[in-house]
Write a protein that binds this ligand. Sequence first.
Ligand code: GDG
Length: 498
Amino acid sequence: MVDDFKGKFIVVSNRLPLEIEFQDETESEDAVNDISDTDNVTIKPGSGGLITALTPLLKKYKGLWIGWDGDFSGRISASILDNEGRNLGYDLKTVSLTHQEVRDYYDRFCNETLWPLFHDYLGRTKFHRSTWRVYQHVNQKFAQIVSQYIEPNDFIWIQDYHLIMAGKYLKESGCAEKLTFFLHIPFPPWDLFMRLPWRKELIESLLYYDCIGFQTRRDHRNFIQCVRRLIPQIKVSYVKKHSVIKYAGKHTLVGAFPISIDFKEFEDIAKSKAVQDEAWYIHENLPEKKIILGIDRLDYTKGILGRLRSFEILLEKYPDVHEKITLVQVIVPSRINVAEYKKMRQNIEETVGRINGRFTVKGWVPVHYIYRRLSRIELAAYYRTCEIALITPLKDGMNLVAKEYCASCISGNGVLILSEFAGAASELKRDAILVNPYHVELVAEELYKALQMQPAEIKGKMRRLRNIVRRNNIFVWLDNFLKTAYLELPNDQGTFHP
Ligand code: GDG
C-alpha cells in the first residue's frame, strides 16, 4: 500500500458520502418530532463500495471529502458538516448548487447526455449547448471550492463523469499537486464518442489529470483511440499495463482498475444471525421454490424489461419449472424526477402484471416484485439465500451486485448468470454463465440450464468466483490505483498494447 502521503487525501464527488433526508414542512407533526437536532433533516453515513474502500485512507491521513450535500435550503450548515465529519473521522466540505444548476448539470447534461452516450445509447442522448455550459460552470464551481483547501503534497482524487472538467479548472488555477480521476461508467468506443459536439474539450480536460483510471481494459482502449483521433500529435507509450500519454509538455498515466467490494464485510454480514434469520423467512415464504434474484437501480441500462421477457419465455417453453421457481425482482428507485424513468417503471410493472396474470396458480406467483431500497440485512439475506442471480445489464461500468452476490453466497449454492456487457464479466467470465442480454430467448435457455445444474458443478464454480472477488477486493483496487498514480516513469518505456 502506498502510505507515505505527506499531505491530505482529498476525494471529490458529485455527492458527499452521506444519506441526507429532508422532511417536508407539510409532513405530519409526529414525523417532524422524530427528527433530532438538525431542523427537519436526518443525516446518516452513506454506504457503498467506494466509501468503504476510501474510509481507511481518509481516516489514516488527513482526509477531506468534497461534494454537494443535496441541500437547496441552506439547512445544512458548515458546523453540521463539521460535526458529521468528526463522527466519520475525516472532513466534509460542500459545494452549494442551485435548483437550476442541478437540473441542467446533473439531470440534463450528466444524465441525458453523458450517461446515455457512455452506455452506447446514442438514440437517447440529448445535445444541448445550454446544459453543456452549465456542466462547465458547475465543474468550475467544484474546482474553486477544492482549490481553497489544497496544500502542498495533497493527493486529489476526482470521481466520475459528473466532474470530468474539474481537473482542468484546478490545474488552470495553479494546482500543482497530484491530480487523479476515476470513471465509474464505461468509456464509449470512438465512433460513438465522436458524436459529442464537445468531444475535444472533454478529452483535453482529461489530459490535465496526472492519472486516470477506467473500469476495464476495453474502456482504457476506447479512451486511447479517442485521444489518438482527436489529438493526432500526442505520443503514447506503455509502462507495465498502463499507457503514458504525453501532451503539451506533460504526462498522463492511464490504466484499467476494476472496482470491487469489501469481500470480508459482505461475507461477515451474510454469516450474521440477523441475515440467517431473514434468509430463513424469505425461503419460508416461498416454500420449495428456487429463487432467481434480480436487483437493480431503476435504469434502462440494467436490462430489466429484457430479463422479465426472458423469464416469461422460460415459463412459456418449460412448464416443468412452473411452481418450482420464483423471480424476485428488486428495483431501487432512482432519478425519479426524470419522465423517462417514470415511464420505465410503468412498463416494468405492466410486464410483471402480465407475467403474473398469465401464469399465477393457487399457491404460486411467479414474479415477486419489490420497488424500494432494501436494508443491508435484507439485501444480504436475498444474496445469501437465492439460488440464481440473474444480472443482465445492457451495459454497465462494473456491476457491484454481481460481486456482492458472490461474496455473500457463503453456502456456495449459487449460480451467477451475468451479462457479457457488464465490466465484471472480464473477471468473472470463467465461472459465471455469460449471456448476451439482447438475446432474450438464449437467456431463457441459459436460465433453464442453470436450474438443471448439478450441486457439485454449482459449488465448484461459486468457490472459484468467490476466490476471484476475495483476491481482487476493493483494497487491492485502491492500492493498484495509488501505486500507478505514484509510478516513476522510466525513460525507456515498454510496448504493452491495451
Ligand atoms: C455505478 C456504475 C459501477 C442495490 N440495491 C440495493 C442496494 N444496492 C447497492 C448494491 C451496490 C449498488 O447499490 C449498485 O452498484 P452497481 O455497481 O450495481 O451500479 P450503479 O449504482 O449503477 O454504480 C457501475 C459502480 O458505479 C461502481 O463503480 O459498478 O457500473 O454504473 O453496491 O449493493 N443497497 C441497499 N439496498 C438495496 O435495495 N442497501
